[in-house]
Design a protein around this ligand. Structure first.
Ligand code: GLA
Length: 381
């Protein structure tokens, strides 16, 4: 019996590049999800959560029936467990699939109780935090000895195949590899990572999150469509993934693709370059040098990838007008949160200006708080 926890994440830059084999630069945040887990002897798994009144209980051996291994199509018929339960159950399923069948039979049953302080639907990866906490717990209690990358991969598999959201691996890698005061620079093709010192506190900067309160779900609609545009773009250009396209190839892409697909491709290609430029700017000049890259990233998501919403644009524009060094929406889009890099002393003024702008535009009141680059999963008790 014990308690394990894992963080949510904010993405500093590199949006919708992960499933294109590209680059991302997220960091884990101080908001965490905790999983209290104990073994049981009857081969059953029960999950309870502060998200729901009723726990969900199944036999471990039934997980393979619950989540058939035929990709997201397995969930096309609709969930047979509530969506919140598919995250921890999906992690248990993905971890069992990593060990030989004879060993899977020897796994003890488990009880899992989940509580989270990561805001849900804010684009801060509450789902990766659940996956990370569950994965860390089962890795230890089942004696699997898996490393952080394998646990991230199991989390992504749960999300893709058990929940049915066609997401990339950024969120899980950010959560499992997070370090204090640093971002995770990830090459999503090779899964190589580098810890990038951020130095926000030293530079007197805060990351202000502006959660619009507009909820999004990546298992439906726009996220999947964006992914399909990217796949069409890569196929038309004859490459494995948009990672293999550079800005020099864009004129050719413009000839081969329709306007919408072209703009989707241009976002991904320029965003990959912005991630590399951000890493270089941080190393050469520190965090005050990255503002323009954040702003350009937001413009690209608003105009080319079309995943922003008026609330996010208002958050970004208002923060910039009141002295933020940079600002952009973070996460998958269609709702969720923006981040703004703001001088410590200006946080109250920027926050007040954003609240006023939201009220004047008739938007729901935003939720504002600061986040701090923080450590990955650990055992708490
Ligand atoms: C969501 C997904 C990630 C990534 C982002 C967009 O957070 O879970 O894999 O694609 O959207 O960058």
């Amino acid at each position: 019996m014990g308690v394990w926890s894992a963080p949510g994440r904010a993405n500093l830059i590199g949006e919708h590049t992960d499933y294109n084999d590209g680059f991302v630069l997220p960091f884990a945040i101080q908001h965490r999800t905790a999983a209290a887990v104990r073994l049981r002897v009857d081969g059953r798994i029960r999950v309870a959560s502060t998200f729901a009144e009723e726990p969900v209980e199944v036999a471990l051996d039934d997980l393979e029936t619950l989540f058939p291994s035929d990709g997201a199509a397995g969930r096309a018929q609709g969930p047979t467990v509530p969506e919140w339960a598919a995250y921890p159950l999906g992690v248990a399923w993905a971890l069992r699939a990593l060990v030989p069948a004879w060993a899977a039979g020897t796994f003890a049953g488990i009880d899992i109780a989940i509580a989270s302080e990561v805001p849900v639907g804010a684009g801060l990866s509450s789902s990766a935090a659940i996956e990370g906490a569950t994965g860390a717990a089962l890795n230890e209690l089942w004696g699997l000895g898996l490393d952080a990358v394998s646990l991230a991969q199991a989390g992504r598999r749960a999300e893709n195949e058990a929940v049915g959201a066609p997401t990339g691996i950024m969120d899980q890698m950010a959560s499992t590899l997070g370090q204090a005061d640093a971002a995770v620079f990830l090459d999503c093709r090779t899964l190589e990572t580098r810890s990038i010192p951020l130095g926000f506190a030293e530079a007197g900067l805060e990351v202000l999150v502006i959660d619009t309160g507009v909820k999004h779900a990546h298992s439906t609609g726009g996220y999947r469509e964006r992914r399909e545009s990217c796949e069409r773009g890569a196929a038309a250009l004859g490459v494995a993934a948009l990672r293999d396209v550079t800005e020099a190839d864009l004129p050719r892409a413009a000839e081969l693709l329709d306007d919408v697909d072209f703009r989707r491709v241009r976002h991904v290609v320029t965003e990959d370059q912005r991630v590399l430029d951000t890493v270089a700017a941080l190393a050469a000049h520190g965090p005050r040098a990255i503002g323009d890259l954040l702003v350009a990233s937001h413009a690209s998501m608003r105009d080319d990838f079309e995943i922003s919403i008026p609330e996010l644009d208002t958050a970004v524009d208002t923060a910039l007008a009141h002295g933020a060094i940079g600002a952009r929406m973070t996460g998958g889009g269609f709702g969720g949160a923006a981040i703004a890099l703001v001088d410590h002393d200006r946080v109250p003024a920027v926050s007040e200006a954003v609240r006023t702008a939201f009220a004047e535009a008739g938007f729901a009141e935003p939720h504002l708080f600061t986040v701090v680059p923080s450590a990955g999963p650990h055992r708490d008790v």
